[in-house]
Design a protein around this ligand. Structure first.
Ligand code: MF3
Ligand code: CO
Ligand code: CO
Length: 237
């Protein structure tokens, strides 16, 4: 899982360097798929429940699961959420981040930083003996105290030989509730935070999730192992 996580992290980092006006989301997908296959891994998302690409690329009011497309061109001021999953030697790494294209609004920057920080607060709770609700609550408190809202319809998840394993990890909840975390558990923590209202809907393509009110949304994700030495972030590079 360390190796799969590291590769996913490297791919996300490489894709984040390509966030320039004029680049299409399909360009990003092609680059990611090549990098994953060159490393001897398989893009986990491709064919997952029929998903047609190797990464998700979600712009502005798109929350998650945006499908890369050759006509979707990045422009200055956009924020772009990229989600990468790789399967390497039978184990999965899953990581995401939201990146600015050129200069973005102050509010957009604050949303990105807050979502990144809420993931950090959640990961900090991924410790032996803490409860799942401690993770959820830490994420929620961070996002909401900055004036943003937590998407309810999608959650983090356990991860291992499959991308989505138990337990499901909502990005909201009460501290001191839920299962106790044990050594060896690996979690994909992934706050999806909206600028204004948390309500979302799925577009007619059956995949793209957007905010109902058209506000911006951000998404950060790491694969994190619960170890006797504390949280180990497998997808950081
Ligand atoms: N990687 C996403 C998650 O974080 C799931 C993507 S599903 C796909 O859980 F089908 F779009 F690939
Ligand atoms: Co993901
Ligand atoms: Co995930």
């Amino acid at each position: 899982m360390r190796r799969a996580g590291r590769l996913a992290g490297l791919v996300l980092k490489e894709i984040s360097r390509l966030m320039n006006p004029g680049v299409t989301t399909k360009d990003l997908d092609v680059r990611a798929e090549k990098m994953i296959r060159d490393a001897g891994a398989v893009p986990t998302f491709l064919g997952y429940c029929g998903y047609p690409a190797s990464i998700c690329a979600s712009l502005n009011d798109e929350v998650v699961h945006g499908i890369p497309h050759p006509k979707r061109v990045l422009k200055e001021g956009d924020i772009v959420s990229i989600d990468v999953g790789v399967t390497l030697d039978g184990f999965v790494g899953d990581t995401a981040g939201t990146f600015p294209v050129g200069r973005v609004s102050e509010e957009a920057r604050r949303l990105l930083e807050t979502t990144r920080r809420s993931l950090e607060k959640g990961m900090e709770q991924a410790r032996v003996g803490r409860r799942l609700g401690d993770v959820s609550s830490a994420i929620q408190v961070c996002a909401e105290s900055a004036g943003f809202s937590v998407v309810r319809d999608y959650s983090g998840h356990g991860i291992g030989r499959q991308m989505h394993e138990g337990p499901s990890i909502p990005n909201f909840g009460a501290a001191g509730t839920g299962i106790r975390l044990e050594e060896g558990l690996v979690l994909a923590l992934e706050p999806m935070i909206n600028q204004s209202d948390w309500k979302v809907k799925v577009l007619g393509d059956g995949w793209t999730v957007v905010t109902r009110d058209g506000g911006l949304s951000a998404h950060f994700e790491h694969t994190v192992a619960v170890t006797s030495d504390g949280p180990e972030i497998l997808t950081s590079v």
